[in-house]
Design a protein around this ligand. Structure first.
Ligand SMILES: Cc1cc2nc3c(=O)[nH]c(=O)nc-3n(C[C@H](O)[C@H](O)[C@H](O)COP(=O)(O)OP(=O)(O)OC[C@H]3O[C@@H](n4cnc5c(N)ncnc54)[C@H](O)[C@@H]3O)c2cc1C
Ligand code: SF4
Length: 509
């Protein structure tokens, strides 16, 4: 019988992938390849490339140990064809295979490449999610608006997580109101688990150093888990040590403390080292054992079976043009401060520096600092999208684009969120200690030292009045703008324009 090729991509490192279940280890050849097209479609953070390549190499070893024949191509292999279809063709030539079994890739770009591949490709649905693409389509069918909260409740009912019969455990679906505390420094707070690179990872780090010397981001220290075993250890550590306080502090930000109570498991989930079900099972078990309060368990499970599944559903439902949308017609270029150039804004400086060092920022930093600034400054969402896709270790288009283009930039016109996440300095000042170390003053609305977030917030609302004025959640904001005297409104808009002009000229604002 002729061998078939079984394709495993860099974010498909799960032992129960649909394509492996469909294949025969005695007959078929698993194909894995570190290719140029994937490593360079965006200028990825060096830590992200190293994480994926090292996790791939470890996974290939596990598959071999499990009896599979694996044809693995390293990045610097002189025979490397440079793309996934190219590698499949090369391996087909070698083995005589004409058929490929693959699990559907997580982005349109690769789905299209697989469809165009001149081999017979059987694409199986990726069933590593709580909600399949088909089920999401059925849920979305006929709804005027897609709202995460309704979807989330449906997923709670379906999975039974934190449920008492048909009702939510504790009596409420959502404990967000208890979960908005600013954090204080706590020397006893655990850090996320870190892992020392083994020989395989060291070899990958040397390769990434050599091949991607100019990509934005620090390669070392590199302490990500790169195997399923270590990812599971990181999960247990989080559940035991950090989850109990996750809820109250999930929106907080502190200078020099990039992780606080966050899990740091998104890269492991997204490459396939962890499954959403095992993560939620661990949280549910800790809650049942009385080790974790309901608001932390609920806050966390909502992120996994709510937001994570919802954004995937939206990405596939909306189609390949989704990442290119620009509903607010924002055209300004992304300023160099996003790539580490000097800025006087302490919040942006801190979040960009953490991003550079760790390939990580937590949700509120991404949404309310870098995202919020790009939104109110009117930055082209395509450039914002490319930045987020590049700089975070967990960034894959199916999850990054709805968060960036949708939730954060409102460039999808309101598919993901019902109102834009635009805010003045108030929010950052309340939820962080960034403003104390800043050249600007959070409480100053105009004049020398006025925080740019205060100026740009009104500039944004004023620019888009036609679109947002009728939004029932924003009417009160426009009413307070209208109550300001006209001279003050003019000053705000002039100072905002001046700021934007100086930023676009390349000044260190
Ligand atoms: C502009 C922007 C871009 C983002 N890009 C990505 C991305 O490329 N990849 C990515 O995985 N997440 C992305 N997120 C969502 C979120 O910021 C990260 O999942 C989270 O910061 C990961 O860190 P953590 O594991 O410590 O998460 P925790 O705060 O501990 O949350 C737990 C888990 O919930 C999931 N989760 C939480 N929020 C979301 C969300 N909004 N969408 C999807 N999953 C969520 C993640 O798997 C995460 O690991 C983005 C958010 C914003 C605002
Ligand atoms: S004052 Fe403004 S720019 Fe400075 S840290 Fe606070 S929000 Fe950021």
């Amino acid at each position: 019988m002729v061998s078939r090729l079984v394709l495993i991509l860099g974010d498909q490192l799960s032992p129960d992938m649909a394509c492996l279940r469909d294949a025969d280890r005695a007959r078929d050849t698993v194909v894995m390849a570190e290719v140029r097209s994937e490593a360079t479609y965006a200028p990825h953070h060096p830590k992200k490339i190293a994480l994926i390549f090292s996790a791939m190499r470890h996974f290939a070893e596990e598959l071999r140990g499990d009896g599979w024949t694996v044809a693995y191509t390293r990045y610097d292999d002189p025979e490397n064809a440079g793309s996934i279809p190219g590698e499949l063709l090369r391996r087909a030539d070698e083995t005589g295979a004409t058929e490929v079994i693959a699990t559907e890739p997580g982005e349109w770009r690769l789905i299209e490449a697989m469809r165009d591949c001149p081999l017979e490709v059987k694409l199986l649905p990726d069933d590593r999610f709580v909600c399949s693409r088909k089920d999401f389509e059925a849920w979305a069918e006929g709804r005027k608006e897609l709202r995460m909260e309704w979807f989330y409740r449906e997923m709670r009912r379906r999975t039974g997580y934190l449920m008492k019969g048909d009702d939510p455990a504790g009596g409420k679906w959502n404990y967000d109101k208890l979960n908005r505390k600013p954090a204080a420094r706590d020397l006893l707070r655990s850090a996320p688990m870190s892992f020392t690179p083994d020989d395989i990872t060291e070899e990958v780090l040397a390769l990434v150093q050599r091949e991607f010397p100019d990509n934005f981001g620090s390669l070392r220290p590199f302490d990500f888990a790169v195997t399923r075993g270590d990812a599971r250890r990181a999960l247990s550590h989080f559940v035991r040590r950090l989850l109990p306080e996750f809820g109250p502090y999930q929106d907080a930000m502190l200078t020099g403390e990039p992780y606080l109570n966050h899990a740091l498991i998104s890269p492991y989930l997204n490459v396939g080292l962890l499954s959403p079900q095992e993560v939620c099972d661990a949280v549910q078990a800790a809650w049942e054992a009385g080790e974790v309060p309901i608001q932390s368990a609920e806050g966390f499970i909502r992120q996994i079976i709510g937001w994570r599944e919802f954004v995937r559903g939206v990405y596939f439902l909306e189609g390949p043009d989704y990442p290119h949308r620009n509903a607010l017609n924002h055209q300004r270029k992304l300023p160099p401060l996003y790539w580490g150039a000097e800025t006087r804004m302490a919040c942006l400086r801190e979040v960009v520096a953490q991003t550079r060092d760790n390939a990580y920022a937590h949700h509120i930093q991404r949404l309310m600092v870098t995202g919020n600034f790009a939104l109110i400054a009117g930055i082209d969402p395509a450039e914002v999208h490319e930045w987020y896709l590049s700089v975070y270790a967990d960034a894959f288009e199916w999850v990054e684009a709805p968060n960036t283009v949708g939730m954060s930039q409102f460039a999808d016109g309101g598919v993901v969120g019902s109102k834009p996440y635009a805010s003045s300095a108030n929010y950052i000042d309340r939820m962080s200690d960034y403003c104390t170390g800043c050249d600007y003053f959070a409480e100053k609305k105009t004049g020398k030292g006025a925080c740019p977030f205060n100026l740009l917030y009104w500039h944004f609302l004023n620019r888009h009045r036609d679109r947002f004025e009728k939004n029932h959640r924003m009417g009160a904001i426009y009413a307070s703008w209208d109550r300001m005297d006209e001279a003050r409104r003019e000053t705000i808009l002039e100072e905002a324009d001046d700021f934007l002009t100086r930023m676009s000229r390349g000044e260190a604002v």
